[in-house]
Design a protein around this ligand. Structure first.
Ligand SMILES: O=C(O)COP(=O)(O)O
Ligand SMILES: [Mg+2]
Length: 226
């Protein structure tokens, strides 16, 4: 039975790719580098802003944040560019508001567990009028560890007084999957995001529309009653 639901943000609730790519490319342009295709930037999303900056700066999926002056400059440039263009093109995926309304009406407490820093997450949620759905919002910098650590989901489970097995993680990436596994939460994979489709096979379920998320949750509740 599912009692509470924790949602990932980027690639799950919102299509933020164009604005993320624009900010990353503004940063690259300031450093004299050519623009990257948005899809490439999308493949670098999922481990927070500092990792996104390191990867897009070097155009390398294995790049890591460091203390170099170049990365510090790049982080500052990205931060300023992204804050300015945060919700220029960013929108909820189809059916997301109806899904959140539905789950709320069903009495499921909702949490947001993103690796996006709170400095971006909070204004985005308010700008898209999504903040009112969530009992709890955790950004990538809210706790000492972020996804794929179990910590954010265990924190949510405790705060909502919900056993991890009854807290569903809904997400689009391997980090969501690994975090859920580490916390012993079920994980529902959404196939419209930025993750590698090959990872979906390891999820508890896979959905292709927001409506299917509500149906999947409803089925789990029904199965438990039976
Ligand atoms: O900002 C990121 O790196 C990814 O954010 P997400 O955890 O909401 O997908
Ligand atoms: Mg995501």
């Amino acid at each position: 039975m599912i009692r509470a639901v924790a949602f990932d943000l980027d690639g799950t609730l919102i299509d933020s790719l164009q604005d993320l790519a624009a900010a990353a490319n503004q940063m690259r342009s300031q450093l004299g580098l050519p623009a990257l295709p948005a899809e490439r930037v999308g493949s670098y999303v999922g481990d927070g802003a500092a990792v996104l900056v390191a990867r897009t700066l070097q155009d390398n999926p294995a790049a890591q944040p460091d203390d170099s002056p170049q990365q510090a400059t790049a982080r500052a440039a990205f931060h300023q560019a992204y804050l300015t263009g945060l919700s220029q093109h960013t929108r909820c995926y189809p059916g997301i508001r109806a899904l959140l309304d539905h789950l709320q009406q069903q009495g499921h407490p909702l949490a947001l567990v993103t690796n996006k820093p709170l400095a971006f997450t909070t204004p985005l949620l308010h700008g898209l009028d999504l903040h009112r759905y969530f009992t709890l919002v955790l950004g990538g910098d809210s706790l000492p560890e972020k996804k794929p650590s179990a910590l954010p989901l265990l924190h949510v489970a405790q705060a909502l007084d919900c056993p991890p097995a009854q807290l569903l993680m809904v997400g689009d990436s391997r980090n969501d999957l690994l975090a859920a596994r580490a916390a012993s939460c079920p994980m529902l994979w959404v196939d419209w995001g930025y993750g590698d489709p090959a990872d979906a096979a390891e999820a508890s379920g896979v959905v292709s529309t927001a409506e299917e998320v509500g149906l999947w949750v409803g089925e789990q509740v029904g199965l438990d009653v039976l």
